[in-house]
Design a binder for this molecule. Structure first.
Ligand code: TEU
Ligand code: CA
Length: 553
């Protein structure tokens, strides 16, 4: 089907934390297989799997040591084939996560590259640079001030080659050299192989970082807290993406979504406007930064709702203007749980989750639902750093404590921000370890599981699960929610976001913990067709309940 990505409703699975089939405490492919029926019942039609390849797990699979294999923790190629067959029989498409900006340092390419200089065939597979001198302790000085997104210098000295290599993420994730045509061809062939194995599309990890700025200029002071803006959009980025499109996506009809930190709505269309033949859509980050303080991601600030609404509207309008397509998300494996960020009233978390569902499924674009989001899974607050596993979190803790921050203060930031908030095991039921494993889970289960779990949600009419289900069905049966024009309506009520889809669908969302009158937003003939809260009352002089979302027609 042409443009099937426009009617896709994507569910993202973090395989380590979804379902464990063999009691080793780690989620796996057979575990996912056993839950396909659940996914089907939710109504989603596309599944995105985070990396499933062999990896030393310095960054939980985003450090790939063999692009064509399956990590033994997850199973093998036979399990993969069984899963794809099962998905196909249920009409669910599959997209895989491709990590093409960097590999693991344990990949054979890097093992060869680190010990050899040109003309050895692997010597230029990565980004090598001589030192620019020695400091007073005779340590080599790296070529510039670039810092890794996970902390520390982005350059690591390699004694064998007597050169630095670049790693924008951990030092076990050396950046691949896309300037080398052989590297590009290897990576294209990797994607083609998975397409031949039946994969329908790709989520491309940090794809806008693959082309590096010529001459490696220093990061300016103003961007030191968000250096990814400096690393993104190198001079050959669009050329490389067009090549990927021509070599892989076009011949296989694969769907493509690029993860693009540091791209704003004005640049976005350059990546996904249809006639440019690059990507189908991208994941922007603007709207995920509305609770960042001046110190960047580890500096939590109050959630700025009005900014959130205007960023979302602006992306909607830009994509409409330039013929691009939006991806709609508020959670993934890198983000803390959204309702914990947005809603400070414990008693309204379920309502807030239903409101978010209404937002994601009624804006224009392809919605991405992250595992557990549909039942309102929330942040955890482990009291010991020992209970955290994410490399970014652990680095932040170590660096902050070393530089004199109080450990309790650092933990407070981690509770709010850590990526592990999204990585606690999926909560299936109220049995031990939330039904995720019979063994010891690789990461602690959230203490919320006895209440918040799939089994409870099925019977609890207040669970956001039902809002997701109903709205997925509405979206799939009403083309206005796919192609209908987006138009924001000015609302004088603070914290209320209202817009039209097409001519006749009005969506009104109350992001407040109090009731809001909405009479003046509604025309005389508007009739309520959906409320995210079943028990609220409806009439022309009606009030929106705390965190309620409604659709009128
Ligand atoms: O994430 C990229 C990433 O960490 C940044 O985009 C970050 O979120 C942003 O700079 C915040 O401002 C991807 C994967 O999703 C993540 O899990 C990996 O750790 C990372 O790439 C490295 O592969
Ligand atoms: Ca397992």
């Amino acid at each position: 089907m042409k443009d099937w990505f426009k009617s896709a409703v994507v569910y993202q699975v973090y395989p380590r934390s979804f379902m464990d089939s063999n009691g080793d405490g780690i989620g796996d492919l057979q575990g996912i297989h056993s839950k396909v029926d659940y996914l089907k019942s939710l109504g989603i039609n596309t599944l995105w799997l985070c990396p499933i390849y062999p990896s030393p797990n310095d960054d939980n699979g985003y450090d790939v040591s063999d692009y064509l294999g399956i990590h033994p923790d997850f199973g093998n190629l036979q399990d993969f084939a069984e899963l794809t067959a099962k998905l196909k029989s249920e009409g669910i498409r599959l997209i895989l996560d491709m990590v093409l900006n960097h590999s693991s340092d344990e990949h054979q390419w890097f093992q060869e590259s680190r010990t050899s200089k040109p003309p050895n065939s692997y010597s230029d597979y990565y980004i090598w640079h001589p030192s620019i001198g020695e400091d007073s302790t005779e340590k080599p000085i790296p070529p510039n001030n670039w810092t890794s997104i996970f902390g520390g210098s982005a350059w690591k000295w390699c004694q064998e080659r007597r050169e630095f290599y670049l790693h924008l993420f951990s030092e076990k994730q050396p950046d691949l050299n896309w300037e080398n045509p052989r590297v590009r061809e290897e990576l294209f062939e990797v994607c083609r192989t998975w397409a031949r194995r039946g994969v329908d599309g790709f989520r491309l990890d940090v794809i806008n970082l693959i082309s590096k700025k010529k001459g490696f200029p220093d990061v300016p002071d103003s961007l030191l807290h968000s250096p990814d803006q400096h690393y993104s959009c190198g001079p050959r980025i669009h050329e490389f993406l067009k090549e990927l499109h021509q070599e892989v996506f076009a011949p296989f009809g694969s769907m493509s979504v690029g993860e693009t930190p540091g791209i704003d709505s004005n640049l976005a269309a350059l990546y996904c406007a249809r006639e440019r033949s690059e990507l189908n859509m991208i994941f922007g980050f603007d709207h995920m930064c509305v609770d960042h303080g001046p110190g960047g991601i580890w500096d939590p600030a109050v959630f700025r709702f009005e900014q959130f609404f205007s960023i979302l509207s602006h992306w909607q309008e830009q994509m409409q203007r330039y013929g691009g397509w939006n991806s709609l998300y508020v959670e993934n494996h890198d983000q803390a749980r959204f309702i914990s960020r947005m809603c400070k009233q414990e008693e309204f978390l379920n309502e807030a989750a239903g409101l978010v569902a209404t937002l994601l499924l009624t804006l224009k674009g392809t919605p991405y639902i992250y595992q557990g989001q549909e039942i309102g899974m929330r942040n955890v607050a482990y009291q010991s750093i020992e209970d955290y596993h994410d490399i970014w979190t652990l680095n932040h803790y170590r660096d902050s404590v070393e530089s004199g921050d109080r450990p309790s203060e650092v933990l407070r930031r981690i509770h709010y921000r850590s990526r592990d908030n999204a990585r606690t095991p999926m909560q299936w039921n109220c049995s031990e370890n939330s039904g995720f494993t019979n063994g010891k889970p690789w990461i602690k289960v959230s203490p919320s599981y006895p209440d918040v779990n799939i089994e409870n949600a099925q019977t609890d009419l207040k669970s956001p699960l039902h809002v997701y289900r109903s709205l997925i069905e509405i979206k799939q049966n009403d083309p206005v929610f796919i192609e209908g024009k987006f138009q924001r309506l000015e609302s004088r009520l603070p914290g209320v976001f209202a817009y039209l889809r097409g001519e006749r669908r009005l969506i009104v969302l109350n992001f407040n913990a109090i009731q809001m009158p909405i009479g003046d937003l509604l025309g005389a003939n508007t009739k309520l067709v959906f409320s995210s809260q079943r028990d609220s009352c409806h009439g022309p002089l009606d009030k929106l309940q705390p965190y309620e979302g409604r659709i009128y027609s």
